[in-house]
Design a binder for this molecule. Structure first.
Ligand SMILES: [Zn+2]
Length: 229
């Protein structure tokens, strides 16, 4: 078992969080830290919540180059389903699909830095709303205290790819197969003010929400912020 002292290497303030946390934000100086193989490593941060936010939560914003190597689309989806049932027979249907690929574009993904049911779908919705995020605010002395960030840097890169796949399946065609690879991945820890409603939690001004019950350990996060309702 490895024991890491949770101290900000920049200002020496003690970092706090919950037992499983892998992401830390120094509410004294505003630096971000992620627990890696060798201890705490620095990570870029955008703090978009103020000290008086009742529920500041951690998110990953990941910029990456997205290579769509192969994208196969089925034509005549409805007709073939009626004709052949649910079986996909390559030989019979090979003429009924089209293949593209070789596209490369840069995308920015935004998704929770804590496990929540349906995370890729939340990521697809949230990534569309990046322009409606509150401004970067946090000044020294007015920074929020966060907890609950348990998704590591490596997992963030994997999840960014899941969100990219989610974006492809949302297009209005019948996606059959996709090969997608991300490169030049730049992760930034983003702190957003969230608002608890009866059953849901709304993420900043994005209009995107998730169910409280879909986050394991939600009560621990709420207890930490002392805002149980
Ligand atoms: Zn610090």
């Amino acid at each position: 078992m490895r024991i890491t002292r949770l101290v900000c290497s920049h200002c020496r303030a003690t970092l706090s969080g919950l037992g499983q946390d892998k992401l830390f934000f120094c509410s004294n100086c505003g630096k971000g830290w992620v627990l890696g193989e060798t201890g705490l490593e620095p990570v870029q941060v955008q703090c978009r919540a103020s000290a008086d936010s009742r529920l500041p939560l951690p998110f990953w914003m990941v910029r990456a180059s997205v290579h769509v190597l192969k994208r196969t689309v089925r034509n005549e989806f409805t007709a073939t389903m009626i004709q052949f049932g649910s079986r996909y027979e390559e030989g019979v249907l090979s003429s009924k699909k089209s293949e593209t690929g070789g596209q490369l574009d840069k995308r920015t993904f935004l998704f929770p830095a804590f496990p929540v049911d349906g995370l890729p779908g939340i990521g697809v919705s949230l990534s569309r709303q990046i322009d409606s995020l509150p401004d970067v605010t946090g000044r020294e002395g007015q920074l929020p205290d966060i907890c609950g960030g348990t998704i590591s840097l490596n997992d963030a890169a994997v999840l960014a790819r899941c969100v990219a796949v989610g974006q492809e399946t949302e297009k209005s065609d019948w996606l059959a197969e996709i090969e997608i690879v991300l490169s030049s991945v730049i992760p930034v820890l983003v702190i957003l003010p969230c608002f608890q409603e009866v059953e849901k939690v709304v993420i900043a001004e994005t209009g995107v929400s998730f169910f409280r019950r879909s986050v394991a350990g939600w009560d621990g996060i709420v207890d930490y912020h002392g805002s149980r309702t």
